[in-house]
Design a binder for this molecule. Structure first.
Ligand code: BES
Ligand code: ZN
Ligand code: ZN
Length: 505
C-alpha cells in the first residue's frame, strides 16, 4: 500500500510539492507562502494555464519555478461544482488526481502543502486526500513479470499543522482500504490459483493474525452435516468445495446481550462458474472468475472491521465451490436435500449461487442466531439488465435495513436500489416434484425469483438483505478511486453500515 505520512513540516527537501488552488489562482495559506517566495511566479503560471480553472479533480504540473525549492509543483483544484461544499468523496478524488498526475509525470513521491478550502476541516481534508491517493495507487500486478509491470508511488508526505489529528482520522480509513485491497486481490486472482481450498487457506492466513477465528469446513464435513445443496454445485469439479466461517468478536464486554448478537455476512464464492452441465457460452466466460466476488467482499470486510477494531460481533461465512461440467456433475432434473431439510429440484445447473447460499444462510442462522444477515452475490445476469453497472439490487424482508443500505450506498457512491419481493415470485419457484426448483418459470424477473429462493432459507424473525452485485463487482471503466477490474463494491458500504447502525458506542 502507498506509504502516506502526516507531518507538521516538509520532512526533507522535496523534489515535488503539491499545492491547492481555487479559481483564478486563489491560493490557500501554505500555497500563498510558497508563491511569495517565488515572487508570484506560481500564481502567474496558474493564471496563464488555460486548461486549469481550479475545479476539483483538475491538476497542473509546473516545472522550473525559481526559488520554490522544488523541481516540480503540482497544483490541484479545490472548487466544488455548483457552489457545493467539497464532500469527502470529492476530496478523495482530489487525492487520486494527485497520484494520477504524479504517475503521468513519471514522479515517484511528493510532499503536499495542505490547504483546505474555506469551511472544511484541514485534518479531515488531509485524511481523505490520503485515502483517495491510496485507493488510486492500487494495482494487481503480481503476474506482470516483465518491464511493463505497473509503477507505484514511493511515498506521499502530507504537511499540515494538525498532523496528529489527520493521522488519527486516517487510521481507520487505511484499514478499510486494506480490507478492500484484499477483496480486489482475491477477485482478481485467476481461477487456477484461487479455488475453494486455496481461497480458504488465504482467508485463514490473512485474518487469523487480526484476531479473527477462522474455521474451514471440508467437503467431507459438509457432506456429513447435510449440505446437499452446496455439495451438488461443487461435485462436478476436481477441486472440492469449502466453507469458511470467520468470527470477529469486537463487542465490548459490557454490551447488552442484544447488542452482542452478531451481524452475519454471507458471500457467494463460486471460484469459476462454467454453468456446469447447463454450460455457459464461451465468449465472456472468463468473467466468471469473479463469481466469487461476494465471498471476496465478505473476507475483505472482515479484515476491515477487525483492522479498525469495530465494536461489534460479526460473522462472515463464504460458500466456496467451482461449478464444472463432468461425469460427476449435477444434471438438470436432479433433486437434492439442503441443510434446512427442504428439497430442491435443480432445473438449471447455472443457477448455482442460490444453492451454495442456501446452505450457508441456514448454517449461519442455526449456529450463530444473528440479528441481521446480509448476503452478497454475483447472483444473476438479470440484475445487470435491470440496473446495469450503476446500482446493486437490494432484496430484503426488512424495510428499515433496505432503507439504510440505500442511504449509506448513496453517501459512498456504492449505490444500491431497493428491489421488490412478492408472493408471485415465491410461487414461481414451486416445483412439481420437490419443495422448490432452482429457477423461476419463464415470466422474467430472474433476480427476484433468485431472491425468493434465498428467502426460503431465512428463518422467521431474522432481518435479512440480499445484495445482487453482479453488475458492480467488476468494472471495465476506470474511476479515480476505483481502478479498472475488481471494485470491492460492498466493503465500504457495509463497513459504514456497521459503523452507523451496529456498533456499540
Ligand atoms: N454467476 C452467474 C450470474 C452472473 C452473470 C454474474 C453475469 C455476473 C455476470 C449466475 O450463476 C448465473 O449464471 N445465473 C443465471 C441464472 C439463470 C440460469 C436462472 C443467469 O443469470 O443467467
Ligand atoms: Zn451460474
Ligand atoms: Zn454464478
Amino acid at each position: 500500500m502507498l506509504k502516506t505520512g502526516f507531518h507538521t513540516a516538509v520532512p526533507k527537501k522535496a523534489a515535488v510539492l503539491a499545492i491547492f488552488s481555487g479559481k483564478k489562482a486563489k491560493l490557500g495559506n501554505k500555497a500563498a507562502e510558497l508563491d511569495k517566495k517565488t515572487g508570484g511566479a506560481i500564481a502567474a503560471a496558474i493564471k496563464a494555464a488555460k486548461s486549469f480553472d481550479g475545479k476539483c479533480c483538475q491538476s497542473l504540473v509546473l516545472s522550473g519555478i525559481k526559488n520554490s525549492g522544488a523541481d516540480q509543483i503540482i497544483v490541484l483544484g479545490t472548487e466544488a461544482k455548483d457552489k457545493e461544499k467539497l464532500c469527502p468523496m470529492k476530496i478523495e478524488e482530489s487525492g487520486a488526481t494527485l497520484v494520477k498526475a504524479l504517475k503521468a509525470a513519471k514522479l515517484e513521491e511528493a510532499a503536499v502543502l495542505t490547504d483546505a478550502p474555506d469551511g472544511i476541516d484541514v485534518a479531515e481534508f488531509a485524511a481523505h486526500l490520503a485515502y483517495g491517493a491510496v485507493l488510486q495507487d492500487y494495482t494487481f500486478g503480481i503476474y506482470k513479470k516483465k518491464k511493463d509491470a505497473p509503477k507505484k508511488l514511493k511515498a506521499l508526505d502530507i504537511v499540515l499543522a494538525n498532523a496528529a489529528e489527520a493521522k488519527k482520522l486516517f487510521a481507520p480509513l487505511e484499514k478499510i482500504a486494506a480490507g478492500g485491497f484484499l477483496t480486489r486481490d482475491l477477485v482478481s486472482e485467476p481461477p487456477n490459483v484461487l479455488y475453494p481450498e486455496s481461497f480458504a487457506a488465504r482467508a485463514k492466513k490473512e485474518l487469523t493474525p487480526l484476531g479473527i477465528k477462522v474455521q474451514i469446513l471440508t467437503d467431507k464435513q459438509m457432506e456429513k452435516m447435510g449440505m446437499g445443496a452446496l455439495m451438488s454445485v461443487g461435485k462436478g469439479s476436481a477441486r472440492p468445495p469449502r466453507m469458511v466461517i470467520m468470527q470477529y468478536d469486537g463487542a465490548p464486554k459490557s454490551a447488552s446481550a442484544a447488542a452482542k448478537k452478531p451481524v452475519a455476512f454471507v458471500g457467494k464464492g463460486i471460484t469459476f462458474d462454467t454453468g456446469g452441465i447447463s454450460l455457459k457460452p464461451g465468449p465472456g466466460m472468463e468473467d466468471m472468475k469473479w463469481d466469487m466476488a461476494g465471498a471476496g467482499v465478505v473476507t475483505g470486510l472482515m479484515k476491515a472491521l477487525a483492522g479498525r477494531k469495530a465494536k461489534l460481533n460479526a460473522v462472515g461465512i463464504i460458500a466456496l465451490a467451482e461449478n464444472m461440467p463432468s461425469d460427476r456433475a449435477s444434471r438438470p432434473s436432479d433433486v437434492v436435500t439442503s441443510l434446512s431439510g427442504q428439497t430442491v429440484e435443480i432445473l438449471n445447473t447455472d443457477a448455482e449461487g442460490r444453492l451454495v447460499l442456501a446452505d450457508a444462510l441456514w448454517h449461519v442462522q442455526e449456529k450463530f442466531k444473528p440479528k441481521t444477515v446480509i448476503d452478497l452475490a454475483t447472483l444473476t445476469g438479470a440484475i445487470i439488465i435491470a440496473l446495469g453497472n450503476e446500482y446493486a439490487g437490494v432484496f430484503s424482508n426488512d424495510e428499515e435495513l433496505s432503507a439504510r443500505l440505500v442511504e449509506t450506498g448513496a453517501e459512498l457512491k456504492e449505490k444500491t436500489w431497493h428491489m421488490p419481493m412478492c408472493k408471485a415470485w415465491d410461487k414461481a419457484i414451486d416445483s412439481d416434484i420437490a419443495d422448490m426448483k432452482n429457477i423461476g418459470g419463464d415470466r422474467g424477473a430472474g433476480s427476484a425469483t433468485a431472491a425468493a429462493f434465498l428467502a426460503r432459507f431465512i428463518k422467521d424473525g431474522t432481518s435479512w438483505a440480499h445484495l445482487d452485485i453482479a453488475g458492480m463487482a467488476w468494472s471495465k471503466k476506470e474511476r479515480l478511486t476505483v481502478p479498472k477490474g475488481a471494485t470491492a463494491f460492498g466493503v465500504r458500504l457495509l463497513d459504514r453500515l456497521v459503523a452507523k447502525h451496529y456498533e456499540s458506542k
